[in-house]
Design a protein around this ligand. Structure first.
Ligand code: SAM
Length: 580
């Protein structure tokens, strides 16, 4: 939902910007065809799994004190018709057509558009009892719909009751008790939320998730403090047991077919573990609904555990989080003793590089030193990609119109676009966005791998792959949109300011920068938002409020020209333009 619209100010074509155009410092490389093979099972809410329980477990308890961004729209990333002007965004009448771009020109190629190739690949259709469609495929879910657990979250109900926000939406627009501290009003809200939805839980995925979220938060609120403190370690113990089982390949060894299970004896033999100890280790997971214990002496997958297999996107995300949250937590006190009690500035000398004993490296330099690790990261990104909305916020109509008017101009530059998965989503949602008007910029090491993966992907055939270091330069000038999704949060204010300044130098007067990120709102923010911000600390990054984005933009010579909020999550697209 767009809060603020400011499409003015494009003014005359900026002759100095045009005059500053330079030849790209890198060659544009046109992708060869390939197939998307990211076997990413769509995330199923582990909390919901735990809360829903299993008839064959011994009363699984929900993961204690787990967290959720709130239960909202169930399939944001699958919104089929984003062209609806739901956000009130209109193409600015006053925008000048840019001068003919010499640099930033679209690459000539045959643009074979094959929308419809985006059906998510589901690797275990037999385990589709949690929110999947009848054909076993699962609608991609927003993070709100798939994130685990409760506590301090925005709920769908809040969104439904809220008037459409006209300004920065925050707790002020929410019904009483929908967010904020766990005071009596909030407890009442949670109790009402459970009552409202409990009758529908079997029938409706969203109601089920909402109820589970509210129930867990309520339980957390009434838990006696010592129990609450111990519950933190319950979650840590789940993480610990999963780590061990991942390293023993337990999740890959348990059969994944519908109705299949394995005896502990067979499992122990296959993973070379002592049977009695394996059983004991598994209690931590079957008691919390991660695995399913079956009497007498068998174990089976749940929709949660199946995602923890090697090569699954969620399994990769789990490993990344183990390093960035669990391992980093062990060295944080020493880190702050070394660098001072202040926000890490980065991009180097951040907690993750300190942990690795390579403090002089940036996070992505660290990753890129190890090809396996970068693959792990790219797989994990597929989870992040699906758990937050990509399309459906920004009204693309003016971009498509303008791109159509000048087919030689680059329309879409995805800065830090990784393996092109976001460009793919946009191209499939907006077939008018031509491949030869799209460019994906990323580090050369990342693009090497990305281009290989994209070779047979119709949606990416014909796009440009442009190696860059965005800390130093953004070489393509004068494109319509410079899109940064999940880039800002990786960096501190000074570092992100430099990135934006480099982009600002590339802008034509009517160009826009789109930053697609969570917007922090409320103090304290909802717990999932707070968690994401805390997790970014390990990279020297941070989540930001709209005001903080405005400050960074101003320092980079830009201004916030629009805000487009997702209706169900704190995710938004913040639009920047050159300062007037
Ligand atoms: C968190 S990922 C986001 C990927 C993608 N935009 C998305 O939303 O899924 C950050 C991306 O920035 C890229 N990146 C990191 N440092 C970079 C740099 N100095 N120059 C260009 N790209 C960089 C990474 O390789 C990675 O693909």
């Amino acid at each position: 939902m767009r809060d603020e619209i400011d499409r003015g100010g494009a003014g005359e074509p900026n002759s100095s910007a045009a005059g500053n155009q330079q030849e790209p410092t890198t060659n544009l490389v046109t992708a060869a065809p390939v197939a998307a093979t990211d076997a990413d099972p769509d995330a199923t809410n582990p909390t919901a799994t735990a809360a829903a329980g299993s008839s064959e477990t011994n009363g699984p308890l929900p993961a204690v004190g787990s967290i959720s961004e709130g239960v909202g729209r169930a399939s944001i990333s699958s919104v089929p018709e984003p062209q609806q002007p739901v956000h009130g965004h209109t193409a600015p009448e006053s925008l000048e057509s840019p001068s003919k771009p010499i640099i930033g020109a679209a690459v000539e190629s045959n643009d074979s558009q094959q929308p419809g190739a985006s059906e998510p690949i589901v690797t275990q259709p037999e385990l589709d009892s949690h929110g999947t469609r009848g054909d076993g495929a699962q609608e991609p879910k927003s993070e709100a719909a798939t994130a685990p657990g409760p506590v301090g979250t925005l709920s769908l109900d809040e969104k439904e009751k809220s008037p459409q926000p006209s300004k920065a939406a925050g707790p002020a627009s929410a019904p009483p008790g929908a967010t904020g501290p766990l005071n009596p009003e909030r407890l009442q809200f949670l109790a009402d939320e459970i009552s409202r939805n409990v009758g529908q839980v079997q029938a409706e995925e969203v109601a089920r998730l909402r109820t589970a979220t509210a129930a867990l938060e309520l339980a957390g609120a009434v838990r006696p403090p010592p129990d609450a403190i111990m519950s933190w370690f319950t979650n840590m113990s789940i993480v610990s047991a999963v780590r061990v089982f991942q390293s023993w390949r337990v999740f890959d060894t348990i059969p994944a077919g519908k109705g299949e299970s394995i005896s502990y004896a067979d499992l122990a033999a296959k993973v070379d573990a002592e049977e009695a100890f394996l059983i004991r280790m598994s209690w931590m997971l079957s008691s919390t609904g991660v695995l399913r214990h079956i009497e007498p002496g068998r174990v089976a997958h749940t929709p949660t555990s199946i995602m923890l297999r090697e090569n699954e996107a969620m399994g990769s995300m789990f490993k990344i989080m183990c390093t960035n949250v669990v391992d980093v937590s062990a060295i944080l006190p020493a880190y702050f003793d070394t660098y001072g009690r202040r926000e890490p500035l980065g991009p180097a000398h951040i907690p993750t590089s300190f942990l690795a004993g390579r403090p002089e490296l940036e996070y992505f330099e660290l990753l890129n030193e190890d090809p396996d690790r970068i693959k792990l990261f790219m797989r994990a990104m597929a989870v992040a990609h699906r758990r937050v909305p990509t399309i459906g916020m920004y009204d693309m109509s003016w971009v498509l119109d303008r791109a159509d008017q000048d087919p030689s101009r680059l329309a879409w530059v995805d800065v830090g676009g990784g393996n092109g998965h976001t460009v793919k989503v946009f191209r499939e949602a907006y077939p008018g966005l031509r491949a030869n008007q799209c460019a994906i910029q990323d580090l050369p090491e990342v693009l090497d791998e990305a281009q290989k993966q994209a070779e047979s992907d119709d949606a990416l055939r014909g796009v440009s792959w442009i190696p860059v270091n965005f800390h130093k330069d953004v070489p393509v000038k004068g494109a319509l949109i410079y899109y940064l999704r999940h880039i800002a949060r990786d960096y501190s204010d000074p570092v992100f300011t430099t990135i934006l300044r480099n982009i600002a130098a590339a802008l034509a007067p009517d160009s826009r920068v789109l930053v697609s990120e969570q917007l922090l709102a409320g103090a304290p923010p909802p717990v999932y938002a707070a968690f994401k911000d805390y997790a970014m600390l390990s990279l020297g990054g941070k989540e930001r409020t709209l005001e903080q984005f405005g400050a960074v933009a101003a320092a980079a010579g830009l201004r916030v020209s629009g805000v487009f909020r997702d209706q169900a999550t704190p995710h938004a697209v913040v639009e920047f333009a050159l300062q007037e």
